[in-house]
Design a binder for this molecule. Structure first.
Ligand SMILES: NC(=O)c1ccc[n+]([C@@H]2O[C@H](COP(=O)([O-])OP(=O)(O)OC[C@H]3O[C@@H](n4cnc5c(N)ncnc54)[C@H](O)[C@@H]3O)[C@@H](O)[C@H]2O)c1
Length: 381
């Protein structure tokens, strides 16, 4: 596993370049940076870049995604990690409190947990920080007046939108479908629910892999856009009845429920790529009319319905690109870009070039341009 971490670190070319610069410029000298984020090889690369910039990094993982080898590696490299892998929200809350007890100067938040808890027990030296996700932005935006510090939202950068959400999620969902099911996409009827940034990439990547793709979208304008992009846009029930593969990627709840069981074709494969495992209501689907047979180590749940039809759910409805055997998530390059935005945003807050009026706002355009220029230059080299 150490090899994988080293591989990821050396493949993060932008972060490597920033690390070399930070070793010289020391933008975080004497500062503590606190975070609660998935602890896996790509975040290791980010946290060690911040450490190279002079920061004392204090961290804990997210629920259900901490990789022990990443924790060991971070600890060997002088990053403080509270706790280890856990599915227990109470235990994780205790570790978030430990992060905040260090009174970090900067917070690298993921879902808004750290800033919300900071408001319960504020301290003087917090300068501000970053928030990685849309869900965190939605949680923190109503708290702007209370936070009153710069907080830059990485997800709202156009670079994150196209590099990760559009291109990388689409690729990794196709990779995960094939890795877990080992079935071909060629000629398969695929229905994608949602035509936002992620849904566009999922639909495009299945089409590029020779599937016959239709899109179900509740926003009439985006539905039209999907049609103009060349996808079929059947009504929802018609799409579900003919689909051999269904992917949800909406951010909404209960997109597929037991009420759809009558529609689903025999042998259909269902997978979710949205953030929360609530788009396919797996408990509802498996509740009564079906008998589940579960192969957990393969990431496939097969349910047999009373009338003999079978349906298969990948990754129990959790994000399919982080599910099943040996999940890799989104590409290193897309995360290298997103984490470079993180490093540059924290640097800007540390040096005071972003003020408190920038509370829960997108990454400044100048940082987007700086990161975009560097990536193109490195790609040409
Ligand atoms: N798997 C990953 O690696 C990954 C990465 C980034 C984001 N995400 C998640 O993917 C989800 C989608 O992200 P996005 O950036 O595309 O969001 P988005 O808001 O741009 O798009 C979501 C689309 O789904 C549509 N929609 C909502 N409910 C629907 C329904 N019941 N049926 C059909 N369409 C419906 C909306 O109208 C919207 O167009 C979010 O949960 C996000 O957090 C996952």
């Amino acid at each position: 596993m150490t090899y994988r971490i080293e591989w990821v670190r050396s493949s993060c070319r932008m972060l490597s370049q920033i690390t070399t610069e930070f070793e010289r410029t020391q933008p975080f000298a004497g500062m503590t940076i606190g975070t609660g984020i998935h602890l896996e090889p790509k975040t290791v690369a980010l946290l060690l870049t911040l450490h190279a910039g002079g920061a004392h990094v204090v961290s804990t993982g997210n629920l259900n995604s901490t990789q022990p080898s990443a924790v060991d590696y971070l600890r060997e490299h002088a990053v403080t990690v509270f706790g280890g892998p856990t599915r227990d929200p109470v235990e994780r809350a205790g570790h978030l409190d430990e992060v905040l007890a260090a009174e970090p100067h900067l917070l690298l938040d993921n879902g808004g947990d750290l800033f919300v808890r900071y408001l319960d027990h504020p301290y003087d030296r917090l300068l501000g920080g970053t928030e990685e996700t849309t869900s965190g932005r939605m949680r923190l935006a109503p708290l702007r007046d209370a936070i009153a510090k710069p907080v830059l939202v990485i997800n709202d950068s156009p670079i994150k939108q196209f590099a990760e959400n559009k291109h990388s999620v689409g690729q990794s969902v196709v990779e995960s479908f094939m890795r877990i099911s080992n079935r071909a996409t060629n000629g398969r009827r695929v229905t994608v629910f949602g035509y936002g940034a992620c849904g566009k990439g999922v639909a495009l990547n299945f089409r590029n892999n020779h599937a016959l793709v239709s899109v179900v979208e509740i926003d009439p304008v985006k539905r039209l856009e999907a049609m103009f992009d060349g996808f079929n846009v059947p009504d929802r029930d018609e799409a579900l009845a003919s689909a051999q593969i269904v992917i949800t990627v909406t951010g909404a709840q209960r997109v597929i429920t037991a009420a759809d069981l009558g529609l689903l074709a025999d042998d259909v494969v269902l997978a979710n790529a949205g953030h929360f495992p609530i788009e396919i209501d797996v408990a509802d689907l498996l509740a009564d009319r079906s008998v589940a047979s579960h192969a957990s180590d393969e990431g496939i749940t097969t349910a047999r319905l009373a009338d003999g039809r079978k349906l298969h759910i990948l990754g129990e409805g959790h994000m399919v690109n982080l599910a099943g055997p040996r999940p890799l998530g989104n590409s290193i390059e897309s995360m290298d870009l997103g984490f470079s935005l993180q490093a540059r945003s924290l640097e800007a807050i540390a040096n005071g070039s972003v003020g408190r009026e920038s509370c829960v706002v997108p990454v400044p355009r100048a940082i987007d341009e700086q990161v975009a220029r560097s990536y193109v230059e490195l790609a040409k080299a």
